[in-house]
Design a protein around this ligand. Structure first.
Ligand code: SF4
Ligand code: SF4
Length: 400
């Protein structure tokens, strides 16, 4: 996007301020420059050359979670997410080449599945060799960045090779879908793919998981590398074509949807006619629903999660209070802005402590990792899972 187009988008903001109460960073800091309206003004100043791109300005712009709560609240329909993506791309384009290359390499590494087994082994080593205990005893976890890395290391698992399931006995495979597994999800939530395959098989849907699929590109797009994101999207388009794609993580689906025939898993499961013979065993307990920003503000379809869980007998399904506010995971945000990420997760912990649910469900991998770590650190004893994991337990009878 060129500067003219960027300014055109920014100029749609009438500076009414109605978005301010919805912005998590404004609520935390009470600083206009950390609000949507303030950030739009900073972008206008930057693009017109009235403001220099100095560390102070960078801190306000980089502090944005891209949660898009402001976009949903804006009566002028300002496309804040597109605007912030473009502003970040413009700033990255002006960086010295070595720094730009380093940032791109970091994103490439974070989104490349071939590194995940190594990361998972590092996480396992950290857990088994006493790193986690040592970090707790020495107080290292008081440092926000180390606390975030510690939480992720506790949740990393070695990715499992895919085992596609044929439709269950007695149910003809009337449909087939391709699964989009996401990159980090393979190491942070390996159970989710297995659960998705099991449930789809019981619904008479056969699955395939093309090995050639690549990262959706969201991390690149939101960190100022739109060309790399477009290239990943084109690669996925070449792999999947017009096939019906079911995505596990809501953020991936939000990124894929403009180019692919992609549906978020909960919605896809509701759209499939369920066999009359399918019996679900009860799961007893309260399940709190966390609504990831990508699901709530981009896909705008979190109702699918509630509708799906309502089909499981015994469950008491309640929204997690404060769902309108980002949990702080936000892609690479928790790595880059750990202090804010932890502050936002702390609010979720307070909400969870009030509810004391048996499970917390979320449809996004980064949120699951971030909230799982926060809940564990607070000793809440809540299991953080994808909704499809509970459905698989109810279907397979392994729930209670
Ligand atoms: S982004 Fe929308 S709601 Fe916020 S100040 Fe601008 S016009 Fe108003
Ligand atoms: S995207 Fe989220 S964090 Fe960024 S300005 Fe909008 S509401 Fe605030």
């Amino acid at each position: 996007m060129d500067d003219q187009e960027l300014l055109r988008l920014a100029d749609q903001c009438v500076k009414c301020g109605l978005c301010l109460p919805h912005c998590p960073t404004f609520r935390l800091r009470r600083d206009e420059a950390d609000s949507p309206r303030g950030r739009i003004a900073l972008i206008q100043g930057l693009v017109t050359g009235q403001l220099p791109d100095n560390p102070r300005l960078a801190a306000h712009l980089d502090g944005c979670l891209e949660c898009r709560a402001c976009e949903v609240a804006c009566p002028s329909l300002v496309q804040f997410g597109t605007l912030m993506d473009a502003a970040r791309a413009a700033r990255v384009a002006r960086l010295p080449a070595p720094l730009r290359r380093w940032r791109k390499l970091r994103l490439d590494l974070l989104s490349a599945p071939r590194w995940l087994p190594l990361l998972a082994l590092l996480g396992m080593g950290y857990r088994r060799l006493g790193g986690a205990v040592l970090a707790r005893i020495t107080g290292l976890l008081r440092r926000p960045r180390l606390a975030v890395l510690h939480g992720l290391a506790l949740r990393l698992r070695v990715p499992r090779p895919p085992t596609e399931r044929s439709a269950a006995a007695g149910v003809a495979a009337a449909r087939s879908v391709a699964l989009f597994r996401g990159c980090v999800a393979q190491a942070l939530e390996p159970d989710v793919m297995a659960a998705a395959r099991l449930v789809l098989a019981r619904l008479g849907v056969s699955t395939m998981t093309p090995e050639e699929q690549v990262c959706c590109g969201a991390m690149h797009r939101h960190n100022g590398f739109p060309d790399a994101a477009d290239a990943l999207l084109a690669q996925n388009r070449a792999v999947f074509g017009d096939t019906a794609v079911v995505g596990i993580a809501s953020a991936c689906v939000a990124e894929l949807r403009p180019a692919l025939n992609a549906t978020e898993l909960c919605r896809a499961l509701l759209e499939i006619p369920w066999p009359a013979t399918l019996a679900l065993r009860p799961l007893q307990g309260v399940v709190a629903v966390h609504e990831p920003c990508s699901h709530r503000n981009q896909l705008r379809d979190t109702v699918a999660v509630y509708e799906l869980l309502a089909r499981i007998p015994g469950l008491e399904v309640v929204p997690l209070p404060g769902n309108e506010t980002c949990c702080g995971a936000a892609g690479t945000y928790l790595l880059d802005q750990p202090q804010t990420a932890l502050a936002l997760a702390a609010d979720k912990v307070v909400a969870l402590a009030g509810l004391r649910p048996r499970w917390l469900v979320t449809t996004n991998t980064g949120c699951a990792a971030h909230l799982g770590a926060a809940a564990e650190a607070a000793g809440l004893g809540v299991e953080v899972v994808h909704p499809v994991v509970l459905l698989a337990r109810a279907i397979s009878g392994a729930g209670d």
